[in-house]
Design a binder for this molecule. Structure first.
Ligand code: A2P
Length: 354
């Protein structure tokens, strides 16, 4: 264990907290991509579970999912699904969270919700355990929200630097993998790659998830556009970063881009700070911070790429350099597995803190 000094003391303390007793855990959306990843994370982290309830739609009821040597039958989600549940991990979309989270909380469960339904609710903490673990204590609704995946990955890179220099503004462009659109995003990319590889053309009926061909292309459009010209995804980066870092005046501008990558989001960031920055000091800061590592030796072609972080817990930061436009600013490149740290792992880490 690294010595408890430097910019990440609170996060280090959080990461060594012990889990006192086994919990009855429920996963809503257990058959989905994030639900399945939650099961992997619970297992890998030896999360103490007394009982596991797997919930999905009526379509999946009765399906058996293996966990720690047992086959567990999926049940249909209903308002009565949460009796005796201690922790309910929700990952079945915002509409279902809005409909069922209060039933779970009323039954006594702590809800950890992966959707955007409650993220900006003043009575719901929005938590990245390495950044603001203390926020979980104040949860009057019994609900804790898991932030947006791109925001989590970006803040994993910026939080250690914020502690050193005081963050003022973020200018970011994301390069987001198709698995962020669920299984259908992967299928659409793979089918288009196959057709192009065989010398064919992508036809209109092959574009269902994205408005344009995604193979051999990039699309500057993630989530719906809002009236100010930004997408909802881009505004999540602004609003959620402000809430997580408790910096209501933080300035953020962002362009979110879908790229033909299967898994792991990348983000190019220029961050401006209150105080003068030092590249070597910034790089060294990551050594003391759990959940994020520097991979930054560009002369030897060492910088993070999405394949480095796929199925991995830690985010990677590279290309750290002084920004040439702004004073007190660093430019950097951060990569993280958005299904894992951007969703499932972050939720399980919150469960460990509860
Ligand atoms: P199901 O597999 O039964 O449809 P993904 O985002 O990867 O597609 O996963 C969505 C998750 O949400 C799945 O587990 C899916 O279950 C679940 N889900 C979708 N609709 C409902 C519903 N009406 N009730 C409960 N779970 C649902």
């Amino acid at each position: 264990m690294t010595e408890l000094t430097g910019p990440c003391i609170s996060a280090m303390s959080a990461s060594v907290m012990t889990i006192s007793e086994a919990k009855h855990v429920a996963i809503v959306g257990a058959t989905g991509a994030v639900g399945q990843e939650m099961l992997d994370c619970l297992d890998e982290r030896n999360f103490p579970i007394s009982e596991l309830t797997l919930l999905a739609s009526a379509r999946s009821a009765g399906k058996e999912i293996p966990f720690r040597g047992n086959l567990i039958k999926v049940k249909e989600l209903t308002h009565d699904s949460f009796e005796g549940v201690d922790i309910a991990l929700f990952s079945a979309g915002g509409d279902l969270s809005l409909e069922y989270a209060s039933s779970a909380a009323a039954a006594g469960a702590v809800v950890i919700d992966n959707s955007s339904a409650f993220r900006m609710d003043d009575q719901v903490p929005l938590v990245v355990p390495e950044v603001n673990p203390e926020a979980i204590k104040d949860r009057p609704k019994g609900i804790i929200a898991n932030p947006n995946c791109t925001t989590i990955i970006t803040l994993m890179a910026l939080s250690p630097l914020h502690k050193l220099y005081g963050l003022r503004s973020i200018i970011a462009s994301s390069y987001q993998a198709v698995s962020g659109s669920g299984a259908q995003g992967i299928i659409e990319l793979d089918e288009q790659i196959k057709v192009l590889g065989a010398g064919g053309e992508v036809t209109e009926d092959m574009k269902n998830v994205y408005p344009h061909q995604i193979a051999s292309n990039v699309i500057p459009h993630v989530d719906a556009f809002t009236e100010n010209g930004y997408t909802k995804e881009e505004l999540k980066m602004l609003n959620e970063s402000r809430k997580i870092l408790n910096l209501p005046d933080l300035r953020v501008t962002c362009t979110c881009v879908r790229v033909p990558v299967h898994r792991s989001h990348s983000v190019s960031v220029t961050a401006q700070f209150e105080r003068p920055v030092d590249v070597a000091e910034a790089r060294a800061a990551y050594a003391a911070c759990p959940g994020v590592d520097a991979k930054d030796d560009p002369e030897n072609s060492l910088y993070p790429v999405p394949l480095d972080t796929t199925k991995k817990d830690n985010c990677l930061v590279g290309r750290i350099r002084k920004d040439m436009v702004f004073d007190n600013a660093l430019a950097l490149w951060v990569v993280g597995d958005q299904v894992r740290k951007g969703a499932a792992l972050n939720a399980v880490q919150i469960a460990e803190l509860v």
